[in-house]
Design a binder for this molecule. Structure first.
Ligand code: HEC
Length: 183
């Protein structure tokens, strides 16, 4: 009995610390998601306005990986995008956990949940992982939807011969931003 108390205290302090730490990590991950989207979307929109979707594909092909890499470097997190039907075959193939989470996001979106509300954070040993779904909005369908314009099909073929990221409908989960950090 006399020995049980310190053990209990120890357990409770680690679980409290864990929860606070996870909250902090989740906030950092959310901030990085905002930064990723906040940097990519204006470039995408500007390129669309200036040169249409084929120009935007060329911009996106370099801008998206560059943003992911520079955010990873500056933050200490690993930042990338993944999808069950990826466009970029060298970067966006999900690992086992990401795949399971994406399937879960899909199921929730089919049940009516908005993709922007779908996220998941998890502590895995010494690694914290976080995923935020990205939904197919109207602007996305120009390059990810059904019945794409021929110049779009041609440009995608040129940059991404193994593209699987078409055929989406409004409100579906296009993919997710996936972040992780070693602690
Ligand atoms: C102008 C065409 C275009 C538009 C519009 C567009 N995308 Fe993409 N998308 C691309 C290209 C090109 C890539 C591959 C970028 C790369 O190499 O990382 C891509 C990749 C992605 C990826 C990474 C996973 C993968 O499949 O490689 C996600 C997630 C994604 N797009 C979501 C969206 C969402 C959400 C929108 C709307 C807000 C959107 N895209 C609008 C062209 C577009």
């Amino acid at each position: 009995m006399t020995r049980a108390l310190p053990v209990l205290l120890l357990l409770c302090s680690t679980c409290a610390l864990g929860a606070a730490q996870q909250e902090q990590l989740q906030q950092e991950a959310r901030a990085l998601v905002q930064q990723f989207v906040g940097q990519l979307k204006p470039q995408l929109q500007q390129a669309m306005q200036e040169g249409g979707p084929t120009r935007a594909i060329a911009v996106c092909a370099t801008a998206a990986p560059t943003i992911a890499d520079s955010l990873s470097e500056s933050s200490g997190w690993r930042v990338r995008r993944v999808s069950l039907q990826q466009r970029n075959a060298s970067r966006a193939v999900p690992d086992k956990w990401e795949r399971a989470v994406l399937l879960q996001f899909d199921a929730s979106a089919s049940a009516g949940e908005k993709p922007m509300n779908l996220h998941l954070g998890e502590l895995q040993g010494t690694r914290y992982r976080y995923m935020q779904a990205q939904g197919a909005e109207a602007i996305c369908l120009t390059c990810h939807g059904e019945n794409l314009a021929q110049p779009v099909i041609d440009a995608l073929q040129q940059y991404y011969p193994d593209d699987m990221a078409t055929g989406y409908q409004l409100g579906q989960v296009r993919g997710a931003i996936s972040l992780s950090r070693e602690m």
